[in-house]
Design a protein around this ligand. Structure first.
Ligand code: CO
Length: 428
């Protein structure tokens, strides 16, 4: 494998390790954009944009949309959009629940998204998220990332539950409380830990959106380092690919747009999710500012195209029967085009044909995926973005095992393939 392929995968792992939550993914994307000459625009001020200009807009510090204005107007060339999600399944900390049981201080959690819960037991857990800090002038926002093993959710020994290996049903209220201290006299342990980390007084901690995350760093593995083993591959892998592709743009005719949305794992219907007006408001605003006619926006939209990029289930060698034999995506065999008769994915024959051409042009192999007809399919930001914006879209992604496990596995080569394809899409 060429060194540049491994280096891209190593860069992805660095990005994932630095991004335990959607807030951190957004912050890391933002700092990379700024280093590459992108200017931040706020939604509540008047915008001045120019052809060739590079910009980004944020919502809730957890979603970010970046764009490079092309030399042709959007009515002539449309928008080329690639989108992914910044959030991953996590355990959200219920900050008001600190309690003592059996002499042990615990804090309760609520599952965010659909994690494979059994993979979260017996892990070294750090704490990360967004904290509102009280100041003399109101609140200031601080991102929190305690990269130390603060907590653990211990599993129950096999001797105390002999049936455990036949499957154990967890009660999220009772069994997902995390241990944060073994001294029953401790008070406000969570706040003390956070105050120390942020170097502020305990009483100045205001509201918080904070999560536990697994501290283990990502690694390349396999005899040829052909596998990427990490948490949050779904979907920081696609965020990384899209960001790389956006940064590769030089002089471009078409306006390229990269969307990194929060809240896909819980249905996207939030202020900053893909099922909000975030994208539409940005596209409309760009078109209006460059407009020559009243129907410019609608003309631009009808010429646009969206690639929705998210993880795809690779066939599992120990459970091969879980896939339709006609659709068996493999690791390191190229991007996967996702198909669904009920449009759980946005792909149509037309949009799929476009993506196939893109792969062929770049000598990138591609694969297809459709669920077994007796298994309901997952979904992505694709169908709702396509429907609410009125933009043709294709759903694609890289093959992976153990989606939503605390540790997922993907292919080193696939990350390269997808990135090359997206670079070509933006540069077209
Ligand atoms: Co996903």
């Amino acid at each position: 494998m060429k060194p540049e392929i491994k280096n891209l995968a190593k860069d992805l792992i660095r990005f994932i390790d630095a991004s335990p939550t959607a807030f951190h993914a957004t912050e890391n994307i933002e700092s990379t954009l700024k280093k590459n000459g992108f200017l931040q625009l706020a939604e509540d001020v008047s915008w001045k944009i120019k052809k060739g200009g590079k910009y980004f807009v944020k919502r809730n510090d957890s979603s970010i949309i970046a764009f490079v204005i092309g030399s042709k107007s959007p009515t002539q060339s449309g928008f080329h959009i690639a989108g992914a999600h910044t959030d991953s399944p996590l355990l959200k900390i219920k900050t008001e629940t600190e309690n003592c049981a059996a002499g042990i201080i615990r804090v309760a959690t609520e599952t965010y998204g659909g994690p494979l819960i059994n993979t979260w037991f017996d892990r070294n857990l750090g704490i990360a998220g967004k904290v509102m800090v009280k100041t003399s002038k109101g609140y200031s926002v601080k991102l929190l990332k305690i990269d130390k093993p603060i907590a653990v959710i211990p599993s129950l020994a096999i001797h105390l539950n002999r049936e455990a290996n036949k499957g154990f049903e967890f009660n999220p209220q009772n069994h997902l409380q995390a241990v944060i201290s073994t001294d029953p006299k401790d008070k406000e342990v969570l706040k003390a830990i956070i105050a120390k980390e942020l170097k502020i007084k305990k009483e100045n901690i205001g509201e918080m959106d904070i999560f536990f995350y697994d501290l283990e760093k990502g690694k390349l593995c396999g005899s040829e380092e052909e596998l990427i083993s990490s948490g949050r591959v779904d979907n920081l892998q696609m965020c990384h690919s899209i960001l790389e592709a956006l940064l590769s743009i030089g002089k471009n005719e078409k306006t390229a747009v990269a969307a990194f949305y929060d809240n896909e794992e819980i249905g996207s219907k939030t202020l900053m999710g893909a099922d909000s007006n975030f994208m539409r408001s940005i596209l409309e605003r760009i078109t209006l500012l460059l407009a020559t006619g009243k129907d410019d926006f609608y003309r631009a939209i009808s010429k646009s195209f969206l690639i929705s990029a998210d993880g795809a289930h690779a066939q599992h060698p120990n459970f091969p029967e879980k896939h339709d034999p006609g659709y068996v995506p493999k690791l390191n065999k190229g991007p996967v085009i996702k198909l669904s008769a009920t449009f759980r994915y946005a792909t149509t024959a037309e949009s799929s044909a476009y993506f196939v051409q893109l792969c062929e042009k770049n000598n990138v192999p591609f694969q297809k995926m459709a669920n077994r007809s007796d298994v309901p399919s997952g979904s992505t930001i694709g169908p709702l973005s396509s429907a609410t914006l009125g933009i043709k879209a294709v759903d694609v992604g890289n093959a992976m095992w153990a989606m939503h496990s605390v540790r997922e596995t993907a292919g080193t080569l696939d990350h390269w393939y997808m990135t090359q394809t997206l670079i070509s899409f933006f540069r077209e």
